[in-house]
Each structure stands twice: as structure tokens, then as C-alpha cells.
Design a protein around this ligand. Structure first.
Ligand SMILES: [Zn+2]
Length: 307
């Protein structure tokens, strides 16, 4: 018999896990800075994981650019950078475990065939369970879905408080392996967080409603659930998310102290104006001395004037 370690005594391991679909912008800097500060102030480690599992969406050279941007902003990570594209074997092992337990089944539905199904508040299709009873004839390359039971999944978010979702109602059986053979984000992120010993996930609120799905997967794979904190997204004045896909302006190559000062203000920690001019290390020292996650606004998004 093994005694489960008390999670409150576990050393803090945090991470930043960007997808290399575009360079960092102010919104992704907010997520990076918040998770870095939370780890550093706790005396923990801070890991960098490049989420390049969806190869077709990745842009060559961007993973290197993100590393340069983080370093230029003084956000140094611990240990080697991990690339999801090199970790298929461990995702396959977890996938095999779910298959062996009868938790996953093949699905022949295409995006087009599900286009008329109801969507949830995030705009995601709620899968109606069409293939639960069997794959339609003629499907040679199915995707694989996790069988999701009706159960309310709750967690305590360190920024947003207690949140509950019934994934069966909200998203239905979700994809863990795609029809093109790639493992899905939900599976990869859960396996990686556990494999890297991540104890604290601090990330953008765009992933808030992915969390109950990830907790379901953790439970079914027998993995621990980290503590979660979801930071506000940054939108433009019109409420549109600053996203790489929408060509948000990348961070400039100089004036990092000013950028970090803006990110700190969004995180509820506006620095004294004299510090915003730099030097960067003094600003980061101030931020470490003042960081309290309770001061982060419990909002899904914060609008800023044009970057
Ligand atoms: Zn289906």
C-alpha cells in the first residue's frame, strides 16, 4: 500500500505551455508572467512546454521566437524545453490504458456531419453520442472519443472560485485521438502535466471550461489533479480576444519593462510608474515581492485600448 502524498506539501511545479502558432502577444505574456510569478514566489520550478502536437497548425521558427521573447522579458524557465511533438509514445500508452478499460470508442462522424448539433456557450459542438453503439460501416480512419458519464465535475479555481460542469451535458463524449492519428490536446495536456510533476496550472481563462474534461481524464488515468488558476484574457476595446490567429501585434523587441508593467497591471498588480521604465530586473523583483494571486481580477477577460 502506498500513502498518497499530501498535495499541500508537494513542491511547487508550474509550467507555461504555448502553442507555436504565432509569437507571444500581450495576452500570452499575461499568462506567462502570471504563472512564472506564482511559481517563483512559491519557490517552485517553472517549466516550458511547447504544445506543438497539432503539427499542421504550427508555424516554423515560432517555438524559437517564443523562447527568445520569454528570455527577453526575464522569464527564465527551469530544465530542458519539452516538445509535445516528441512525446507520442507516452500519449499512446495513456490512450491504450483508456482503450483497455473500455473508456474509449471509435467515431466516424465528421465535423460536417455534426454541424447541425447544438453548441455550448463556448461554441463547441455537443457530441450526441451517435457512434456509442457502433461505428457506421465503411469508416476506415475513425477518431476516438472518451465515454463521458453524467456526473458533475467541480474544482476550486484559485482565481475564479468553485466551478462545476457536467461534461456529459456540456460537451458529450470528446475526442482523445483524432481521425488523422494525432492525439488530442485534452489527452496530451493531462499526460504531460502528470509526467512533468506539475502541481499548479496557471493559464488563460480560454481553457477554463476545458478543465473539467481534463479532470475526468486524470481520474480515469489514475493521475493527480493539479491546482488550477485561470487568468483573465486580454481583449481589444471591442471585446475581441487578442489571439495569434487574428494577427494580434507581436511583442516588440525592446521596451520589455513597459510590456511587463502592462501585463502586471492586467494581473491586478500595477507597478509604481517609476519602475515601468525599467530596468526590467527591478520591475520583476518588485513583482515577486508583491505577487498575490488573490489580487488577480476574477474576470474572464479584460479589455485594453489598442496595443
Ligand atoms: Zn460519431
Amino acid at each position: 500500500m502506498t500513502v498518497a502524498p499530501d498535495p499541500s506539501l508537494a513542491p511547487y511545479v508550474g509550467r507555461f505551455a504555448p502553442s507555436p502558432t504565432g509569437p507571444l502577444h500581450l495576452g500570452s505574456l499575461v499568462a506567462a508572467l502570471g504563472s512564472w510569478l506564482d511559481a517563483r514566489v512559491a519557490g517552485g520550478r517553472w517549466l516550458l512546454r511547447i504544445e506543438d502536437i497539432d503539427g499542421p497548425r504550427c508555424v516554423p521558427g515560432v517555438a524559437d521566437q517564443i523562447q527568445r521573447q520569454l528570455a527577453a522579458c526575464g522569464l527564465e524557465w527551469d530544465g530542458p524545453v519539452v516538445f509535445q511533438s516528441q512525446r507520442d509514445a507516452i500519449y499512446a500508452e495513456a490512450f491504450g490504458q483508456l482503450l483497455a478499460a473500455g473508456r474509449a470508442y471509435p467515431c466516424g462522424c465528421t465535423r460536417a456531419s455534426l454541424a447541425q448539433e447544438p453548441r455550448n456557450a463556448e461554441g463547441e459542438t455537443r457530441y450526441p453520442g451517435r457512434c456509442r453503439a457502433g461505428l457506421p460501416p465503411g469508416v476506415t480512419h475513425p477518431s476516438w472519443r472518451l465515454r463521458v458519464e453524467e456526473v458533475s465535475t467541480c474544482f476550486e479555481d484559485r482565481v475564479r472560485g468553485t466551478l462545476c460542469q457536467n461534461p456529459a451535458e456540456d460537451v458529450g463524449d470528446f475526442i482523445i485521438r483524432r481521425a488523422d492519428g494525432l492525439f488530442a490536446y485534452q489527452l496530451a495536456v493531462v499526460v504531460d502535466d502528470a509526467a512533468q510533476g506539475v502541481t499548479h496550472v496557471v493559464r488563460g481563462a480560454d481553457l477554463l471550461w476545458n478543465t473539467p474534461r481534463q479532470i475526468l481524464l486524470q481520474r480515469q488515468l489514475g493521475l493527480p489533479t493539479p491546482q488550477y488558476a485561470h487568468l483573465p484574457l486580454v481583449t481589444d476595446a471591442g471585446g475581441r480576444k487578442l489571439s495569434k490567429q487574428k494577427q494580434a501585434p507581436a511583442l516588440s523587441d525592446n521596451g520589455q519593462a513597459l510590456l511587463v508593467a502592462r501585463a502586471l497591471a492586467i494581473l491586478g498588480h500595477p507597478p509604481p510608474s517609476a519602475l515601468a521604465a525599467g530596468p526590467l530586473h527591478e520591475l520583476l523583483t518588485w513583482a515577486c515581492a508583491h505577487w498575490a494571486i488573490s489580487r488577480v481580477p476574477a474576470h474572464a477577460a479584460i479589455a485594453i485600448d489598442a496595443a
